[in-house]
Design a protein around this ligand. Structure first.
Ligand code: NDP
Length: 331
């Protein structure tokens, strides 16, 4: 038998386990031109929350009562194709299924001897690319500038901060626990870190941590945190708007300060982006990230949750900040 996870309900507010359904189906069989893939690692990501709602976005919503899919590392366990052999490891957008059939389209082979297989879902995958391309293409940090990153201890944020350090910047991270802020400084080399859950005046705390003001803000969270960072932005500052997880479960549009005045007064560039905008730059970005990893300039953190059945809970836990670095389920 083969386990599958479907989207049962469109979540209202914070997703719950009731929004997902685990069921078993017959073990799939392959035909000529197909491979059978066994799921090894599943990426759970905040953006999946958007796809669970019916709202129009840059990717279509998931269909109700159909399998959810996300980034997966899988092993070829049967093959009737010449280009994939049993034992090959691949990365692809795949269904939340233990086993599934593929015709080979969209599969990228990954080399488990060059880096851990799970790294291809994080630092050498979508979140690493998001960090690198959002920072370098929009943030464009220069040496000695101050870079602030929110969601700093997560998959994207932890890589953004390290790259900004490599580029010679002062780096301030914002995260939700003292363990995370300590890790950012001790393990990842950030210059300062702020726990937004225990800091009553974020605007003042950012001013303290960034005495020369903020030149680049890499925004993963939106909301009050971003309002406080923008209140410290420098003239000609750049804001790369990557995500706004603080609002993903909102049922009403939240209002903050209107930003136009800040942008005009300081000649600030604020730009949202989707990592796929920079698809043509993926090969050079991966080469750079892999080289920094190999040289020990970049490190990565993962939170690994075991068990296929725990994929929905691991996803929900992103909204509780239970992860440090990339949240991954090992099947
Ligand atoms: P993370 O690994 O950062 O996990 C999510 C983290 O968000 C949690 O660990 C938690 O950390 C923090 N968080 C949860 N709720 C809140 C809240 N209400 N306020 C502030 N922080 C919160 O996820 P990713 O690195 O994968 O993604 C980070 C952001 O980047 C997301 O917004 C995501 O949608 C976006 N993204 C955008 C892409 C693009 O192409 N534009 C591509 C990939 C990701 P804490 O303990 O610090 O609260």
């Amino acid at each position: 038998m083969n386990k599958v996870i479907l989207l049962k309900n469109r979540p209202v507010g914070k997703p719950t386990l009731d929004d997902f359904q685990l069921l078993e189906e017959e073990r799939p069989a392959i035909q000529e031109g197909q491979v059978l893939l066994k799921t090894l690692y599943v990426s759970v990501d905040p953006y999946l929350r958007g796809r669970m709602s019916s709202a129009k976005s840059y990717v279509p919503p998931f269909e109700l009562n159909k399998p959810i899919h996300s980034g997966v590392i899988a092993e070829v366990v049967e093959s009737k194709r010449s280009d994939f052999k049993v034992g090959d490891h691949v990365s692809a957008m795949l269904d939340w299924k233990e086993l599934q059939v593929s015709d080979g389209r969209g599969l990228t082979k990954v080399d488990g001897s060059a880096a851990s297989l799970s790294a291809y879902l994080g630092v050498l995958g979508m979140t690493g690319l998001t960090a690198y391309l959002g920072l370098t293409e929009i943030g464009k940090p220069k040496s000695d500038e101050t870079v602030v990153v929110s969601g700093a201890a997560g998959a994207v944020g932890s890589v953004v901060g390290q790259i900004a350090k490599i580029l010679g910047c002062r780096v301030v991270g914002i995260a939700g626990t003292d363990e995370k802020t300590s890790m950012l400084i001790a393990k990842l080399g950030f210059d300062a870190a702020i726990n937004y859950k225990t800091t009553p005046d974020m605007k003042a705390a950012i001013a303290d941590a960034a005495p020369n003001g903020v030149d680049v803000y890499f925004d993963n969270v939106g909301g009050d945190i971003s309002d406080a960072v923008l209140a410290n932005i420098n003239q000609f500052g750049r804001v790369a708007v990557c995500g706004s997880i603080s609002g993903y479960n909102d049922t009403e549009v939240s209002m903050g300060p209107r930003v136009q005045g800040i942008l005009v007064k300081n000649s600030v560039l604020m730009q949202g982006f989707i990592v796929s905008n920079y698809g043509s730059k993926f090969p050079e970005a991966i080469t750079q990230l892999a080289s920094w990893l190999q040289d020990g300039k970049l490190t990565y953190t993962e939170t690994i949750v075991d068990g296929f059945d725990n994929i929905p809970q691991a996803f929900i836990d992103l909204f509780e900040g239970k992860n440090e670095g990339k949240m991954i389920v090992r099947v």
